[in-house]
Design a protein around this ligand. Structure first.
Ligand SMILES: NC(=O)c1ccc[n+]([C@@H]2O[C@H](COP(=O)([O-])OP(=O)(O)OC[C@H]3O[C@@H](n4cnc5c(N)ncnc54)[C@H](O)[C@@H]3O)[C@@H](O)[C@H]2O)c1
Length: 456
């Protein structure tokens, strides 16, 4: 099939590359010339394990192309996937300006396309416009109207929310737990099923449903996952007040099969480009129909408070002296391991606070220095190695649980630092190990370790 992906970001680039890898002819379109130039030089603009190699292989085979030429990309495609961003607007609603702009472009290109693509074209040959971006219920109808406003020629619509996780995106897309397609007619459903068939050889289902339900599935899934994170953080905070250990509580609680142990890890709360904005969009969807989503409002609130509570731990430790002039090593900038995405990353909130208080920050992340530089520039120093970040530091803050941070040589850590103080936002370390090495150690939902030799 000839496919055009509109928006060559985390979703458009990964899914387009995987579609090419199953033999489709894929054009990835973007309005960002620099991104397309990079891709045409064989450089991926994002970090995603395994992606570079897949791009190289499929580009070489002539199945994967990158362009900013909208008209050609839209006119040649049988299926057009809209994968542009849907960030929060100032009121927390999903901002549809990129989606609707793309829809307008699609309409114009269809209208001006040579050949007969009029209303009498057979169902099988009608272009399918697929909304893959995460959008509030009712958006597909708006996209359809925006396209129809520019053309009288026939096309059909589908909603196809994406569930890939950054850091495991290729595997998630190639072996999805499920594929969800919303559409209004059987022909469109059948063609979408054909496209996805190579990805569900594992026997996992393709659910074909009505469009509003498909749009809602994505929000329901992300809202549930965000709720799990805020739930366990709420319990972790209670544990701290009552001198309980959230690790023990987690074990006792998650052995109940009805609860399960996935996605219930206490820490700095959720970040990234999806959960924060999707929870807010869900809240807005409720407000717009006069149905306040009280649970989700709390999920959002707990998540916001989680970062503040962690920052309070840092401030409290240095209470007497304040943070001005202190030097902090930060391990991990990305919002989670496996990606260079720093959108809504807790690390950024924490580092901004440190900088505002006059502290010095030396950060290390295996892949996210470039993306961080776009936000914090040279206000912080980027270390080329986690150990170098520690030199002369008053404290280490762990913001992302990359594997390489999990078993450091604590004697070396201690020798490089000015003071033995660790704030662990991901509960990566074992308390008794830190105690043995004489650290002051603060984590989430567990008693801090306060070593006698250490004073703030
Ligand atoms: N990132 C994820 O893990 C993930 C997972 C599932 C769903 N989603 C959803 O998918 C959508 C895209 O997310 P993303 O993280 O890939 O976004 P992104 O910001 O990484 O990429 C979006 C791209 O669209 C391009 N663009 C904007 N307007 C355009 C236009 N008119 N024509 C062509 N290109 C245009 C931008 O230049 C950018 O490169 C969002 O709705 C998001 O919620 C994201």
């Amino acid at each position: 099939m000839r496919i055009t992906m509109v928006g060559t970001g985390y979703v458009g680039l990964v899914t387009g590359t995987c579609f090419a890898n199953t033999g489709n002819e894929v054009t990835c379109l973007d309005i960002d010339q620099a991104k397309i130039d990079k891709l045409n030089q064989g450089i991926s603009p994002i970090y995603e394990p395994g992606l570079d190699e897949l791009i190289r292989r499929n580009t070489k085979a002539g199945r994967l192309k990158f362009t900013t030429d909208k008209v050609a990309a839209y006119q040649s495609a049988e299926i057009i996937f809209i994968c542009v961003g849907t960030p929060s607007d100032e009121r927390g609603r999903a901002d549809l300006k990129y989606v609707l702009a793309a829809a307008g472009d699609v309409g114009e290109a269809i209208e001006n396309a040579p050949g007969n693509t009029g209303g009498d074209v057979s169902e099988k040959r009608r272009k399918i416009i697929v909304v893959k971006s995460t959008v509030p219920v009712g958006t597909n109808a708006k996209v359809k109207a925006a396209i129809a406003a520019k053309t009288s020629k026939a096309f059909t619509m589908a909603s196809n929310p994406e569930f890939l996780k950054e850091g495991a995106a290729i595997n998630d897309f190639n072996k999805p737990d499920r594929v969800v397609v919303g559409c209004d007619d059987k022909g469109t459903g059948d063609r979408m099923r054909d496209l996805y068939e190579p990805f569900v050889r594992n026997g996992h289902p393709i659910f074909i449903m009505d469009i509003p339900s498909a749009e809602m599935v994505k929000y329901a899934a992300n809202a549930m996952l965000a709720t799990k994170i805020s739930f366990i953080n709420e319990i972790a905070n209670l544990c701290e007040h009552y001198h309980a250990d959230v690790d023990e509580v987690w074990r006792g609680m998650t052995s109940d099969k009805r609860i399960g142990n996935q996605f219930l890890y206490p820490g700095l709360g959720y970040g990234g480009s999806c959960f924060p904005k999707d929870v807010l969009a869900c809240i807005s969807m409720g407000d717009e129909v006069g149905h306040p989503t009280q649970l989700l409002e709390s999920v959002h609130q707990v998540n916001q408070e989680q970062r503040k509570a962690f920052i309070t731990k840092i401030d409290k430790h240095f209470n007497g002296a304040g943070l001005s002039g202190k030097k902090f090593a930060v391990w991990g900038i990305a919002f989670k391991p496996g990606t260079d995405d720093i959108r809504e990353a807790p690390s950024i909130t924490i580092m901004k606070h440190l900088l505002e208080q006059g502290a010095e920050v030396v950060a290390y992340d295996p892949v996210a220095h470039e993306t961080c530089h776009l936000v914090l520039g040279d206000q912080i120093t980027y270390a080329d190695d986690p150990m170098h970040a520690l030199d002369g530091a008053d404290a280490l803050i762990v913001c992302t649980d990359w594997d390489e941070f999990k078993h450091p040589d604590f004697e070396e850590v201690a020798n490089r630092m000015k003071d033995r103080v660790i704030f662990d936002g991901r509960n990566v370390y074992r308390r008794h190990v830190l105690r043995e090495h004489g650290f002051n150690y603060y984590c989430v939902g567990r008693e801090p370790v306060v070593s006698e030799s250490q004073t703030a």
